[in-house]
Design a protein around this ligand. Structure first.
Ligand code: GAL
Length: 800
């Protein structure tokens, strides 16, 4: 479990309390070394290790005082969730309290001479920050950074940072609501904690606080990047000031330019630098996400005082009434919605784990787009989308309700902070400036759309609407111009079981289907333990709506609901988990994912993914998967053989799915399961066999497979990797009907994030734990999973 008191982790408990000595230029970071290791773009200033370790406990009177006796507090690791959680049955009353985090550190003289800024990337649900006993900042709302200046407040002795974290429902803050002071009033749980990084940055008296790289006429010979730079000066400057910008790609400088000023007033000054002559820049695209590095250097009186790096990519993204275009080329948006929550820790997963979701969406599920439903997500996730070539919709926090005036002011603040944080990400193509599934609110959305247009003229705005009223509502949501009409299309199939319809695209506006399927169409639950027929149906339902969306160029595309199961106490949940994901909460694909997995050009690898289990045990039909067994594949022809006899050649079902690039194959697989026949599926392209998969009906050879996503992690106390635990047949195909309890343990310098005992029956034979490194303790971590009557599987991870 994580969020552990130190008593549960003997290694941590044994450590003396730490006081961190901060580096000179710029400082405290939750996992600076990790960031470097994972090639995140450099932040505005250099960062040094602050360490993931914090002292933590329930808030008590006096616990923000520097002298508070914190010797009894638990040593915890940030990202952090205030309570240990399991993979289901979360109880919000466990985290809905007030907590405190404390940090002791030494600030070197140079930092004390500089200006210093504290930044908390995400704290749920409200944070009040005290430095050396002084209240310096407060923010309510857990999805965007709290940043505050602490210049002059650092001392040469022990500095004490204390953060009071209010984990309770914040009635006046999006996405929470005043009307329903209850954590199950919205469709996702928000476990409390300092669940993203914290950093303290030192900068000179005059520095670059922000750079926005606006792209202009990218597809023309007059291509330009207009850099909107904010120079923040603590005092007026008299002498010459120069801002120089260079743009490089793959290490080679392409363009450079500068703007001169004479003097600066105290406070913020906006300066633009124009970069032209960019013909040689390779455009950012899905198959070639070519990034550019822009470096802006600030000189005052001929002396370089500060640099600000921006990583971006040049691309032209347009929503039109005839569909979406990337770099002038029509592109059907094909994707899923993503929630950011994980078993055991809520949102408290570090960069590597966040990035992994982007990789799964791109490489496993073949998505060209993801919607960050329903709040701004980790920048590490967006960085990975930039690097991998995944398009992104990012939206303000909110879900189906708009609160009072004070609440709305915070919604406007969130739109501002989201766009300023993320507008240089080439992956982002549209801003959600309207709360999911809310209608009307013309005054509020007039403001948020206007604000978005000012902060980022490059991208359109949108907001998902739902229901009949949403579909027909006049002027919504493209009133301010340049918008995209996005509709959560949960049209139900009639009769049930038939292909679900989609609404026709609204005329005269760019149109995107922002949600479909999930728990509102088809089954309410798509659990691994549900019948194979239900799980098969999930793949078919997603395929049908994508097929529809592909049938008409006016659909910009479709984003299914949803990528991963998530925690919720609202409607159609089972023991606090919603099951509409095509991957489960642990990010292990269900049968429903088979459709997405096959939608890739075979040059990226042939795929054969049945939407059934080759299993004849309890819960699986003895007569086999039936007359219309579905196999998803990107091959031209499949040759299916049961028990080595009478191979059958099958072709893609283009009748039911005329518009999919890779329709499914329907196979008659009525068999006698008692004979335990083996199944072989051979995929052919151009007459050649490109892939052969085998499936065993004999559970005698089943194994527990234990596989780590990474064989190396960084020993910084924050870096974490997933270890998947799956019951597989002898050829590696999933076996759903597991029994027994899996005992999981980790040896070596790693913390097990996960339940040490997992009910493998309830989990359908698939789960995961995560392993977090220990700060400063390298070594080999061995994860073992022992099943009472299968086997013990192990995986090793080197932490260095
Ligand atoms: C939609 C909503 C999603 C989710 C879904 C139910 O209306 O936008 O966030 O709650 O319903 O599965």
């Amino acid at each position: 479990m994580t969020g552990e008191p130190s008593a549960r982790v003997p290694w941590l408990a044994a450590q003396p309390r730490r006081r961190f000595l901060l580096g000179a230029g710029a400082v405290l970071a939750g996992s600076g070394a990790l960031a470097a290791a994972l090639s995140r773009p450099a932040p505005p200033a250099a960062r040094d290790g602050f360490g993931a370790d914090w002292l933590f406990g329930p808030f008590v009177q006096g616990s923000t005082d520097p002298d508070f006796d914190d010797s009894g507090m638990a040593l915890v690791s940030v990202p952090h969730c205030v309570v240990p959680l399991s993979w289901q049955d979360w109880d919000p009353s466990d985290w809905q309290h007030v907590w405190v985090y404390r940090q002791h550190f030494l600030a070197p003289a140079q930092l004390r001479r500089n200006r210093a800024f504290l930044q908390f990337d995400g704290v749920l649900s409200a944070a009040t920050v005290y430095l050396n006993g002084r209240r310096v900042a407060m923010r309510s709302g857990g999805y965007l950074p709290l940043r505050c200046e602490v210049t002059g407040l650092l001392t040469g002795k022990d500095n004490v940072l204390a953060v009071v974290v209010d984990g309770r429902w914040q009635q006046n803050t999006p996405p929470d609501l005043p009307e329903f002071p209850h954590p199950t009033a919205i469709d996702f749980y928000q476990p409390a904690g300092m669940y993203r990084e914290v950093r303290l940055t030192g900068v000179p008296q005059t520095y670059l606080s922000d750079v926005y790289a606006q792209q202009i006429a990218v597809l023309t010979p007059n291509r330009e990047v207009l850099l909107h730079c904010t120079v923040d000066s603590a005092k007026a400057v008299k002498g010459p000031v120069r801002l120089t910008a260079t743009l490089s790609q793959h290490g080679a400088e392409v363009a450079s330019s500068y703007t001169d000023l004479t003097g600066l007033p105290k406070g913020d000054t906006q300066v633009t630098v124009s970069l032209q002559g960019l013909d040689a820049v390779r455009l950012w695209d899905l198959d070639d996400p070519a990034l550019c590095d822009i470096l802006v250097t600030l000189e005052v009186d001929g002396r370089k005082v500060h640099t600000y790096p921006v990583r971006t990519g040049l691309r032209d993204a347009q929503f039109t009434v005839d569909g979406f275009r990337l770099n002038g080329r029509p592109l059907k948006l094909f994707g899923l919605n993503r929630h950011q929550w994980y078993p055991f820790v809520g949102g408290a997963m570090p960069d590597r784990v966040q990035r992994r979701d982007a990789q799964l969406l791109k490489e496993d599920l073949n998505c060209t787009m993801v919607r960050c439903s329903h709040y701004p997500q980790a920048t590490a996730f967006l960085d990975a989308c930039d690097e991998l070539g995944v398009l992104v919709w990012e939206e303000l926090p909110g879900w189906d309700h708009v609160g009072d005036t004070a609440w709305q002011e915070l919604a406007v603040r969130d739109v501002h902070d989201m766009i300023v944080r993320d507008r240089n990400h080439p992956s982002i193509i549209v801003w959600g400036t309207r709360v999911n599934e809310t209608l009307g609110q013309y005054a509020l959305y007039g403001r948020t759309d206007q604000l978005a247009a000012e902060l980022d003229p490059m991208r359109p705005c949108t907001g998902a609407v739902a229901g009949e009223r949403g579909y027909v509502s006049p002027l919504y949501p493209v009133k301010a111009g340049g918008g995209v009409f996005s509709f959560n299309d949960y049209s139900r199939p009639r009769p049930p079981g038939s292909p679900p319809p989609l609404r026709p695209p609204r005329r005269g506006v760019p149109y995107l289907v922002s949600e479909a399927i999930g728990t509102l169409v088809g089954s309410a639950y798509f659990r691994r333990t549900d019948s194979p027929a239900v799980q098969r149906e999930q793949s078919m339902l997603h395929a049908w709506v994508h097929d529809r969306a592909a049938s008409d160029p006016r659909y910009s595309g479709l984003l299914g609901w949803c990528g991963f199961d998530y925690p919720s106490g609202w409607y159609h949940h089972y023991r606090g988990v919603k099951y509409p994901g095509v991957m489960d909460f642990f990010r292990i694909p269900k049968l429903g994912a088979a459709f997405y997995r096959a939608q890739r050009d075979p040059s990226r690898g042939a795929v054969i993914e049945p939407a059934f289990y080759w299993d004849f045990g309890p819960g699986s039909p003895q007569g086999g998967p039936g007359r219309d067994a579905i196999v998803w594949s990107n091959c031209e022809v499949l040759v299916v053989t049961v028990a080595g006899k009478r191979p059958v050649t099958v072709h893609p079902d283009r009748t039911r799915f005329p518009h999919l690039a890779y329709p499914p194959f329907s196979v008659d697989l009525r068999v006698n399961g008692r004979a335990r026949p083996e199944l072989s599926i051979e995929g052919r392209i151009g007459g050649q066999t490109v892939l052969r998969r085998r499936f065993s009906a004999d559970p005698a050879y089943d194994t527990i497979a234990v596989t780590a996503d990474d064989d190396q992690i960084v020993a910084d106390g924050a870096d974490t990797t997933r270890v998947a635990l799956r019951l597989l047949d002898r050829y590696g195909a999933p076996r759903p009907h597991a029994r027994g309890v899996l005992a999981v343990s980790a040896k070596g310098p790693g913390v097990l994030i996960g339940d040490p005992y997992l009910d493998f029956g309830a989990l359908g034979g698939a789960a995961a734990v995560w392993i977090r490194s220990m700060r400063g303790t390298p070594g080999t971590i061995t994860v073992s999973a022992t099943h009472p009557f299968v086997n013990t599987g192990t995986a090793t991870i080197v932490s260095s």
